[in-house]
Design a binder for this molecule. Sequence first.
Ligand code: SF4
Ligand code: SF4
Length: 437
Amino acid sequence: MRFIGRIEHFGSLIYDTERKEYIPIDQDGTNIILNVSSNVDLETLYYKYFSHRFSYLNFKSFLQLIQSIEMIDKDYNSNVVFLENSDLEFFLNNKFISAPLKVHIALTYECHLKCRHCFSNSGKKSEEEKNSELSPEKIMEFLDEIKENGVFYVSFGGGEPFLKKEFIEILKKANQNKMNISISTSLSSINAKQIIETMQKENIKIQEFKISVEAVNSKEYTNVRGKNLFENLKNNLQLIINYKKENDTFIRFSFVLNKQNYSFLPNFLSFAEQYSADGLVFYPIYNVGRAQEHPESFLTNQELEKIQRMINNMKERTKIEIEFFNIPLKFGKNGLYNNFGCGCGKTTIYLDPYGNILPSGMFIKYGSKFSLGNIKEKKFKEIWKENVEKELNKIEADPKCNNCMYFEECKGGCMFRSFDKYQKLSYKDPTCTINPL
Ligand code: SF4
Ligand code: SF4
């Protein structure tokens, strides 16, 4: 079947294995998909279940719409298989989705670089350290497990994921599972050329390359990343552009902004245009990992506001999609959860190379305090069910946020930033200047 569905508290979430995207459907739409078939008379179905909810015209329009995307065929037979879920009642009662949408998988903390801003403290690792990371078999088993639970978005990062020896096998498994794959890479490792060529040769489909660029001229790049690597990056970018010609892939450049580099924002955009990137994402530097040794790089709220204004100007003169991880955040806007805080631990999670599941990669700063469980010890399904009851998902909204006009989309912002600054998850994001403390 082309479509795989999960029943959820708001209706259902249906994954299209061809277009590799989720389609959220409300309660009424879900009931129609569950009941329609070539054996059922449409008028009878409408008057039995839906006539008190909406008009016959709307009913027919919805059927035409889902026919046009082939969710049902021309004879009204459904192309959706809904996953069984023995814990469905539990998730419906708690108004919590039955599995996240996306898992960020840090395959390794091995990296050929040693960037100052690195949140995961990645770098050269000893054989012993690498051996303590999850085996490729365990990672592939995990990919099957999340698929069975209806999770189809995965992003592979690290460290440098290209340095995980079995990276190609892992990608093949995710391809077999028809997952939407994103790869976060610096694209500057010694084997990058070989990996991209193998992907092309073996017809491995990647939906997104997120390339951490960080600097756009040789001198600055050497400063941030090391000697002779800028040329590598530029050559490999060309390979990715070639890959894109045969594959429907999205190229996103990412930059971590700090006090020293944010004035170069327009140069970052020019570089992205030069290499035909589709998207740009900017993250403010976080007080995590190696960045903790460089407090002189941290941005003030005034600087964040200035950056936001610069980005708004850039958006007006480019077709490139630009994102900035700043307040108000847009994560709550999708309507998939009602709780306070960002989507970390609610719609997305992070798997570290040792098997720990965390709400996001930033929480590695606090060791096991925020671990939701380890996949070497428990099934993913069990970890996710227990997560519903965790402190992170039981927070009362900050009164300032409750009255804020952006609350529906922002929900109080980044919980990591609140905890890191105030040791409380329940405070609003400290970078918020819309409603300051
Ligand atoms: S920031 Fe990325 S490229 Fe730099 S050391 Fe960390 S993992 Fe490697
Ligand atoms: S007050 Fe709260 S909800 Fe409003 S923008 Fe600030 S952090 Fe977001």
